[in-house]
Design a protein around this ligand. Structure first.
Ligand code: PEP
Ligand code: MN
Length: 353
């Protein structure tokens, strides 16, 4: 399907542009002070979660329409500022239109659902508002592309994509979401005109990783950044571990502005491929970590049943399987067997401990 993407909307913002603000609007005092501080640091586009998709019930699900009234008040006070709000249904969209919200974004959980995307696209039909769409929770990029096609089929053209990473099963010890740098390249190949925005907050999940992600991102040409900020992160009712104070936002933005051009002038082709290799290496390490956890469970079962830790026959069978797979995947059998010998050793060692 031929896409019709209009990216003129980015011209009204500086490049790169920054969308900052709380994960969700909570206390009035926090919200107003967060925006005030960010505004004083020259932020002009704000994010504000009004309805929050929560994994479990009975948690804070957003402040609702009251928050939109606060936004209206703030927009009157500061002038020439823009607000972005997540929408997932008809009520959200109608209210955002009523309160003149400038940018609507579609969250990762919504992008993955073609039924919802079909509905939302129909409700938004012909809108000239800026619609930002996040990549899906898991790395199924075609659901994102299908969602964009659905928007486009309903004559919605002012589109941008937010790259927010993909689920990491090891988020307790690592980033909340894998970065999946290849998402950037896949989008560019799908359509080179769609502006791509990086959301390091939801990739990081923890404050301390945000800077690292931003630093790495400079070799790509992200046209914008969406970063969560809250005046009192520890008091935030959602994503409190990843929200940063406005002062830190200012520091990171200055870093991006100071360094972006410098990075972009260089030929980054090799660096980009290397970043992708590092992502895969991290996944290999995390796979060994996951494997070890199972090894420890096996240790318990063996001990309980008086089974010897080292099972020669079983390992032989495994090596044979992996030899076949190595051949199938066109990998060096010799080295793959070496790798599995070492992985096996790691496992035996922790079982013997
Ligand atoms: C958010 O931006 O607060 C959010 C819910 O993000 P995502 O849809 O990327 O999980
Ligand atoms: Mn959030």
């Amino acid at each position: 399907m031929k896409l019709n993407i209009n990216n003129n909307w980015i011209k009204k913002f500086n490049s790169p542009f920054f969308i900052c603000g709380p994960c969700s609007v909570d206390k009035k005092k926090y919200f107003f002070n967060t925006i005030k501080k960010l505004y004083n640091y020259n932020i002009k586009i704000f994010r504000a979660g009004i309805w929050k998709p929560r994994t479990f019930p009975n948690l804070f699900e957003g402040i609702g329409e009251k928050g939109l009234k606060w936004i209206k008040y703030i927009k009157n006070k500061y002038k020439n500022i823009y607000f972005a709000v997540e929408v997932a249904n008809k009520k959200h969209i109608k209210l955002c239109i009523k309160y003149n919200i400038d940018i609507l974004w579609i969250g990762a959980r919504t992008t993955s659902n073609p039924f919802l995307m079909e509905k939302i696209s129909k409700i938004l039909k012909n809108t000239k508002k800026i619609i930002l769409i996040k990549n899906t929770m898991h790395n199924e990029i075609n659901l994102l592309f299908g969602a964009i096609q659905r928007l486009n089929l309903n004559n919605i053209n002012n589109i941008g994509i937010i790259h927010r990473g993909c689920y990491n099963y090891n988020n307790n010890i690592d980033y909340r979401n894998f970065i999946e740098w290849n998402i950037y390249e896949k989008i560019k190949k799908f359509n080179s005109k769609i502006p791509i925005i990086l959301d390091p907050s939801h990739i990081a999940g923890k404050k301390k990783y945000i800077y690292k992600i931003i630093k790495k991102s400079l070799i790509f040409n992200y046209q914008g950044y969406m970063i969560e900020s809250h005046i009192k992160p520890s008091k935030a009712l959602t994503d409190n571990l990843q929200q940063i104070k406005p002062k830190l936002i200012n520091k990171y933005i200055n870093f991006i502005l100071k360094n972006k051009l410098k990075y972009l002038k260089k030929n980054n082709k090799l660096k980009i491929q290397r970043l992708k290799i590092e992502e895969i290496d991290k996944k290999i390490l995390l796979s060994i970590y996951n494997r070890n956890k199972i090894s420890l469970k096996i240790k318990k079962i063996k001990n309980k049943n008086n089974i010897k830790i080292h099972q020669k026959e079983r390992f032989k069978i495994l090596l044979n399987k992996y030899k076949k797979l190595a051949k199938k995947f066109k990998l060096s059998v010799k080295y793959i067997l070496k790798i599995f010998n070492i992985i096996h050793k790691i496992s035996i060692n922790i079982q013997n401990k």
